[in-house]
Design a protein around this ligand. Structure first.
Ligand code: FE
Ligand code: FE
Ligand code: ZN
Length: 274
């Protein structure tokens, strides 16, 4: 069965219980959460998660390992001045994930800002090695970026280079359809995309796909997500990716915009399921 879900709120007072119930209501069988605000590193104590209640009631519906965690945006492992803070924070984040039993932590590779791309990639590699030495179980997935600003990790070859250098089987990839489209990979051409992923040896490393349409044409480097079927990619190419045999063991997560201040994941999950 296809694993399809969405980004979902994880917050006080019911944490896991509300997240799971909302996901089930959307007919999702997986979900992605931030363990606190995406733009801050404030985190609630794990004792508030309602893990026991979740395990009693829902762990057979959405398994702990199918709860994906996204790191906050502000942790930049590739910035020599910020990497220490980012590493220590993510080590703690992984401990919180191990408490839940969550398997995948998605990170943005970072931006090189005032540093050179080369130095920044070197810093990212060191940061990842350090995190792996100091944690267990959880796999880190590097998300493919759109290349806006000074972002690193838009080009498949660059991500593969980083993964090869870190050389740890706990390091894999999260493919974001909006981001790769915005960078310049043709998501509408399924065969060509698969060929490119195989050629760059990214294909077998993909564990999660962020399924998003894009508000902008291919190559725009904007990173503005659009609702499924409402953007420049369109419904059919995204439906193809969600249901493809090639990605049958890959977890798919929606991160589409709110409509009238509300998520429409339930509708989009239905739209994407065949
Ligand atoms: Fe992301
Ligand atoms: Fe994403
Ligand atoms: Zn994005």
């Amino acid at each position: 069965m296809i694993k399809l879900g969405s980004h979902i709120k994880f917050k006080s007072p019911n944490y896991l219980i509300d997240s799971i119930e909302e996901s089930i209501e959307n007919k999702a069988n997986t979900m992605m959460i931030y363990l606190g605000p995406p733009q801050s590193t404030i985190r609630a104590n794990i004792s508030k998660y309602k893990l026991e209640e979740y395990k009693e009631k829902y762990k057979n519906i959405i398994k702990p390992e199918d709860i994906i965690v996204h790191a906050p945006y502000i942790t930049n492992l590739a910035n020599p001045e910020k990497k220490n803070f980012a590493c220590e924070f993510l080590i703690k984040e992984i401990e919180r994930m191990n408490y839940i039993g969550a398997k995948y932590l998605i990170i943005h590779p970072g931006s090189h800002t005032k540093f050179t791309r080369k130095d920044s990639i070197k810093t990212l590699i060191e940061s990842l090695k350090y995190i792996f030495i100091n944690t267990k179980n959880v796999e880190i997935l590097i998300e493919t970026m759109s290349g806006k600003g000074t972002e690193i990790g838009a080009k498949f070859e660059e991500i593969k280079y980083i993964i090869d250098k870190v050389n740890n089987s706990r390091l894999n990839v999260c493919l974001d359809t909006c981001h790769i489209w915005d960078y310049g990979y043709d998501v509408k051409n399924f065969k060509k995309l698969i060929k490119e992923l195989k050629k760059t040896k990214i294909f077998s490393l993909i564990k999660v796909i962020h399924v998003n349409d894009s508000k902008n044409p291919i190559g725009s480097s904007k990173d503005r997500h659009e609702n499924i079927g409402k953007g420049y990619i369109g419904l059919e190419p995204l439906k193809k990716i969600v249901n493809a045999q090639e990605f049958k063991n890959v977890i798919k997560i929606l991160e589409t915009p709110l409509v009238n201040k509300k998520p429409i994941y339930k509708k989009e999950i239905k739209l994407l399921s065949v």
